[in-house]
Structures are given as structure tokens and as C-alpha cells.
Design a binder for this molecule. Structure first.
Ligand code: AMP
Length: 384
């Protein structure tokens, strides 16, 4: 048992969540079930979490009144997305316990810091160079001498702010269209699969990992996660060991997503980390003994961690806005309910625009392949 867990009895334990997106919503739902109160600080952004939170602070992250109010109302704080101003994180941490720490969050929110962290801690990653001018880019492209991808250092996710390079382009022209002051050039990885591992680290340094997810993307956005990933036991063990090393090196507390490229020779390279619940961990809601959201609450409050046991093979299908018949009309859910072992999770977003994440569905089956074929059939029907 941790030395001094925060009292769990309502209303003593109030978890403050910085950010009000779908991850915050699912944290708040888990909290409701456990009798834990939540205060959601939305940052003034659209916030699916507000419908299920106990209390809401609907003001920007740089609002000093909101900061004081948030810290006064909570026992412990956490985040549901990483792109929160560093000053806000540090100010919260100065008045309330914040898990994960501002250091861990700020490393993940910036690719330059994240890559340097991986390098310093000898965690396997792809070759990279930091770029802040066309001269830097020219030198790095020369050194790389092959295909790569130029990514913005700040605020990049789901393939945003990335330019794929063959290696023969004119660096001046690329830099002129690259819309950011700093970036990272990475070597292109000819991967066989993309994987992720969710790892949770508790108050006393205890760690648990979930089975690896095998992730497939559509238009740079996660499409399906297949669990367990179809990989060898040795690769599964190695991915879990690397995820633990990342959490340990960050001095992490909470749930952390570690994304990997798996090459055909079995080599694993860390692509990026997410200091929060992760889209590729949504299957845990229906297919694991403890969901990633409950695990996050356990870790940040200081309770013992729960079992990560996979109860059934599962495929998580992201439900993006382009599945909707129009902005306000969802797809026909009847076939999903008829499936009997498919579970719908909607985030309560009012308008379905383009590739917005509107929800997800978890398909359980005796094998990952059987779950995948049902998920794919459903997707094709909706996209038709
Ligand atoms: P990211 O935003 O870094 O997660 O990148 C989005 C997606 O682009 C990844 O999930 C990969 O499919 C692809 N990608 C990113 N970096 C690389 C790389 N260095 N080599 C190959 N594919 C990449």
C-alpha cells in the first residue's frame, strides 16, 4: 500500500482534470462510478467532459482567477491532454499535487524535448536532427541521405504539421512552406506494424502494463486498435520493458501511452509518448479488468493499481465524423447493437465535422481476427 493515500471518501477526494475533451469525459465517468468527484477545467474550449463532471471551470488556461479557483477546489490534479501551457502546469503543481509532473508533461508536448529525452535515456528511437533554419535542414538531409519526415517541434498530433521527404527536395523550398519556427527531421521508418503499450506507474513506483495494441491509421488518425497485437511473445515483452523504462525515466505517476514502430527484423523504436490515457487504450473499457481511466484515477490518487488482464481479444474502431450521414445525423447504430458483442461509446459532441473523433466502438471476439473482420464490415457499411 502507498504510504499515505489521499482519502477516497467523497467529498474529500476531488480530482481536478485540466482539459475537458473525451479523455477527460471518460476519466470523469470512471470517477462517477467510483464515487470520486471531478472538477473539469476546460480552458474555454469545447468540452465533452462537462456533461459528466461534478464541477466545471469554463475559462482559459491563462486565467489567474480560474487557476486559483481550480487549485482551491481539488485534492489532486491531472491532465487529459498535454498541450497545456507550461506556466499553467507549474502554477497548479505549486499549489496542489499534479500527476504526472509538469516535467513529464512538457517533455511529451514537444518533439524536440521528447527526442532528446529518448536519446539521453538510451531508449530506442529513430535517427533525428533538430531544425531551426533552412541551413539546418540542408545539413540534416545531407546526413540522413534518404527519406524522412519533418515534424513541428510543438503541438503536433495525428500527423498535423508533418512533411514527408524523399531526400531529394530543395531544403530552402521545404523550409519556406514549413509553418513552424522549429522542427525535428526524423529518418523514415519502414515499419511492419505500429504498436502502443499503456503503462501505469503508481505512487510507490509500482508499474503495470497492458497488452500491446496493434494500431492502424486512416488519414493519419487512429482507425483501429487490435488487441492483443499479432506479435511474437519476445516483441511483446520487449515493448512492455521499454514502456516501463520510459515511465521510470520520467519519474512518472499516472497512465502513459508509449507508441512504437516495429520493424520486420523485430526492432522496436519509440515514436512518441502520451502523458495521459490514449486512444489506443480505449479497448480497456470493455476488454480489461481495469480500464485505463480507472487506472489513471488509482495512480494519481495513490491507490493500489488494478489488474490489466485482457479478458477478451478486442478491436477498437474509432468513430470519426465522416461516418455521420450529416453534421447531426449519426450512422445507423442498429447493426452494432445487433452484433451483441460490440460496445458503443459516444462522446456527446454535437456536430460531426470531417475527421473529428465522435466516439469509438469495441468489438469482442474469440480471436483478434474475428473481432477485426466484424469491425471492418461495420466500418465499410457506415462509410458506404
Ligand atoms: P506522429 O504524429 O508522429 O504519431 O505521426 C503520425 C503517423 O505518421 C505515425 O503514426 C506513422 O504512421 C507516420 N510516421 C510518423 N513518423 C514516421 C517515421 N519516422 N517513419 C515512418 N512513418 C512515420
Amino acid at each position: 500500500m502507498p504510504a499515505s493515500p489521499i482519502p477516497l471518501h467523497t467529498p474529500h477526494c476531488i480530482v481536478g482534470v485540466i482539459g475537458g475533451g473525451q479523455l477527460g469525459r471518460m476519466i470523469a465517468l470512471a470517477a462517477r462510478r467510483m464515487g470520486i468527484r471531478t472538477v473539469i477545467w476546460t480552458g474555454g474550449l469545447e468540452a465533452p467532459a462537462v456533461e459528466v463532471a461534478d464541477e466545471v471551470i469554463d475559462l482559459p488556461f491563462d486565467d489567474t482567477v480560474a487557476l486559483k479557483d481550480f487549485c482551491n477546489r481539488i485534492t489532486v490534479a491531472t491532465v487529459e491532454f498535454e498541450n497545456i501551457p507550461r506556466a499553467t502546469l507549474e502554477a497548479v503543481a505549486a499549489s496542489a499535487p499534479l500527476h504526472p509532473s509538469p516535467r513529464a508533461i512538457t517533455i511529451s508536448q514537444n518533439r524536440e524535448r521528447e527526442k532528446n529525452f529518448l536519446r539521453e535515456n538510451k531508449i530506442p528511437h529513430t535517427w533525428f536532427a533538430v531544425i531551426s533554419s533552412s541551413a539546418d535542414l540542408a545539413a540534416a538531409m545531407k546526413e540522413l541521405n534518404g527519406p524522412g519526415v519533418l515534424k513541428t517541434a510543438d503541438f503536433g498530433y495525428d500527423g498535423k504539421g508533418q512533411i514527408k521527404l524523399e531526400g531529394t527536395e530543395d531544403p530552402e523550398k521545404i523550409w519556406a512552406v514549413f509553418d513552424a519556427p522549429r522542427g525535428v527531421l526524423e529518418a523514415w521508418v519502414p515499419f511492419e506494424k505500429e504498436l502502443s503499450v499503456m503503462v501505469a506507474r503508481g505512487a510507490d513506483g509500482e508499474m503495470v502494463t497492458y497488452d500491446a495494441s496493434e494500431n492502424r491509421h486512416r488519414h493519419h488518425i487512429l482507425d483501429v486498435s487490435i488487441v492483443p497485437a499479432r506479435i511474437s511473445p519476445a516483441v511483446a515483452l520487449e515493448a512492455a520493458a521499454i514502456a516501463r523504462r520510459v515511465a521510470e525515466a520520467l519519474g512518472y505517476r499516472g497512465i502513459l501511452g508509449v507508441e512504437f514502430f516495429l520493424k520486420s527484423d523485430g526492432t522496436l523504436l519509440v515514436n512518441e509518448t502520451a502523458p495521459r490515457p490514449h486512444n489506443s487504450g480505449h479497448h480497456t473499457l470493455d476488454a480489461c479488468a481495469t480500464s485505463q481511466f480507472e487506472q489513471q484515477l488509482r495512480a494519481v490518487i495513490g491507490l493500489p493499481l488494478g489488474s490489466t488482464r485482457l479478458l477478451s481479444p478486442v478491436v477498437m474502431l474509432n468513430l470519426l465524423g465522416d461516418f455521420w450521414q450529416n453534421e447531426t445525423t449519426p450512422p445507423n447504430w442498429v447493426p452494432l447493437f445487433e452484433d451483441g458483442e460490440a460496445y458503443l461509446h459516444l462522446y456527446g459532441k454535437r456536430r460531426a465535422i470531417g475527421r473529428r473523433k465522435m466516439g469509438h466502438a469495441n468489438f469482442l471476439a474469440a480471436t483478434p481476427e474475428a473481432a477485426l473482420s466484424r469491425a471492418e464490415a461495420m466500418k465499410e457499411m457506415w462509410l458506404d
